[in-house]
Design a protein around this ligand. Structure first.
Ligand SMILES: [Zn+2]
Ligand SMILES: [Zn+2]
Length: 333
């Protein structure tokens, strides 16, 4: 099958992904073989390709926002009919036995397998995944519009829930890429007012088009005090800036898997019961709830399509803030 393979992490400017022919995977027991239609491009893929996340499997096929069709069931797999439309996301599998799994916190599993990082992902024509960790994709969402929901969407949703927003709340979104452009639509649906801080003017424009009350630079102070803020940008220097924008007891949620160091800041920014919390991965329940909600609202993702062979170009564009919304690789046309 055709796939994009990472042999050695390197800066994306060096185009480290090799597009070529590799052996197609076979479904193990309990697994499904999925024919990939599209695969969303996530900033985490960039962290994998550039080695900001320490390599766990090399060579590896990145990609963890797969929408495709079940082509074959492994032994004992019967959840999905052949041809069913499904999604494969970041959480490939958990051990199901560690203390976190037993406390319904499988997102924190001590021994998870992660799609496109510790096991091969969806920058390829086929992928295998355990049937229990695969999502049915609701009707009414086109493949390419559903793909960015599988990570950007689900993680954004978990961040929104952690922010404990009520109707009329004021929410700051720092960084306005794939995750934020979905999160704002959920926030609007809940009657939450969004203030978007992002360095790129195209992203500010998209935020306003999607109903933000205000859009400004990444380090600008919004015109109101915020009840909560979510940082999606992988830039630690934003943390004290966002804290400064919070009212007393406000919540700051950090949505990224990787962030540059957070500079030291005066305790006053945190005092008055403000709190900071990171979000790590998601549970299957988050994913199921969110996909249902996304179809109900309905969420409209803005996507830029690239052929599978152009994954390097898509990741370069992502790094250069050149994608309003989300990039998606078109694997089958
Ligand atoms: Zn576990
Ligand atoms: Zn992701």
């Amino acid at each position: 099958m055709k796939a994009c393979l990472l042999r050695t992490p390197a800066r994306i400017q060096e185009n480290p992904l090799e597009f070529g022919e590799v052996a197609a995977p076979r479904p193990d027991s309990g697994e499904v073989l999925v024919r990939v239609q599209v695969c969303g491009v996530c900033r985490t893929d960039l962290h994998v390709v550039e080695g900001e996340l320490p390599p766990k499997l090399l060579p590896v096929i990145p990609g963890h926002q797969v929408v495709g069709r079940v082509e074959e069931n492994g032994v004992g797999a019967a959840r999905f009919a052949r041809g069913a439309r499904v999604g494969v996301a970041w959480l490939h599998k958990t051990d199901g036995t560690c203390e976190y799994c037993r406390q319904n916190k499988e997102n924190l599993c001590n021994a998870p397998l992660l799609t496109g990082y510790t096991v091969n992902g969806g920058y390829a024509e086929h992928i295998v995944a355990p049937q229990d960790f695969v999502y049915p994709i609701p009707e009414g969402l086109a493949d390419e519009h559903a793909a960015p929901l599988l990570c950007a969407g689900i993680i954004g949703y978990r961040c929104l829930r952690m922010a404990k927003l009520t109707h009329g709340a004021k929410l700051g979104l720092y960084g306005f890429g794939a995750a934020a452009h979905v999160a704002i639509q959920v926030a609007n649906h809940w009657g939450v007012h969004v203030y978007a801080a992002t360095r790129d003017q195209r992203h500010q424009k998209l935020a306003m088009e999607l109903g933000a009350k205000w859009a400004g630079g990444g380090l600008d102070l919004p015109p109101v005090q915020l009840d909560a803020a979510i940082v999606f940008a992988p830039a630690g220097e934003i943390v004290p800036v966002a804290l400064k924008a919070l009212r007393k007891s406000g919540r700051l949620i950090l949505g990224g898997i990787h962030m540059s160091d957070i500079p030291s800041f005066p305790y006053d920014l945190l005092y008055q019961e403000r709190m900071i919390r990171s979000v790590a991965n998601n549970t299957r329940k988050d994913g199921e709830e969110f996909l249902k909600l996304a179809a109900e609202i309905p969420i409209r993702t803005h996507v830029q399509l690239y052929p599978l062979s152009d994954a390097n170009r898509a990741l370069n564009a992502l790094k250069n803030d050149a994608i309003p919304g989300a990039a998606v690789l078109q694997v089958q046309s």
